[in-house]
Design a protein around this ligand. Structure first.
Ligand SMILES: [Fe+2]
Ligand SMILES: [Fe+2]
Length: 130
């Protein structure tokens, strides 16, 4: 599933954030490709684990930056991250246990992540750009 063409829709204008978001979308894209190509559960689990770790790292970074800059709307943003973390933990657990990770699980993550960027990352990035 080529995601590049719609990626720019989610660009915040803050280079460091956009770079990381792009990387996360690229990783999701790779996992989709592996699932569709039936590349094997072991590879898919590894990719999902790496994707989840990278995404968690990204959330930590964002929260650190929001704290450092005294962002007024930090609480609802972090609350939304928390829900994403729960989803990621479940996905990782499923992958680690050798459970089947299908495109449905990734769709849910993708859906959540794109909504999160639109609703929370974009408004936050606007305050940084000022
Ligand atoms: Fe983000
Ligand atoms: Fe965020």
């Amino acid at each position: 599933m080529p995601v590049q063409h719609w990626l720019t829709r989610y660009h915040t204008g803050v280079a460091s954030i956009d770079q990381l978001h792009d990387e996360l979308f690229d990783r999701m894209d790779r996992v989709y490709t592996d699932i569709i190509n039936k590349s094997g559960a072991a590879l898919v689990s590894k990719q999902v684990g790496e994707l989840a770790d990278k995404l968690i790292e990204h959330l930590d970074e964002e929260e650190g930056e929001m704290r450092a800059s005294g962002y007024a709307e930090i609480e609802p943003h972090i609350a939304n991250h928390r829900a994403l973390r729960t989803q990621l933990a479940a996905l990782k657990k499923r992958a680690n246990a050798g459970g089947n990770v299908g495109t449905d699980a990734l769709d849910a993550l993708n859906q959540y992540f794109t909504t999160h960027i639109k609703q929370f990352d974009l408004p936050w990035a606007k305050t940084l750009a000022k």
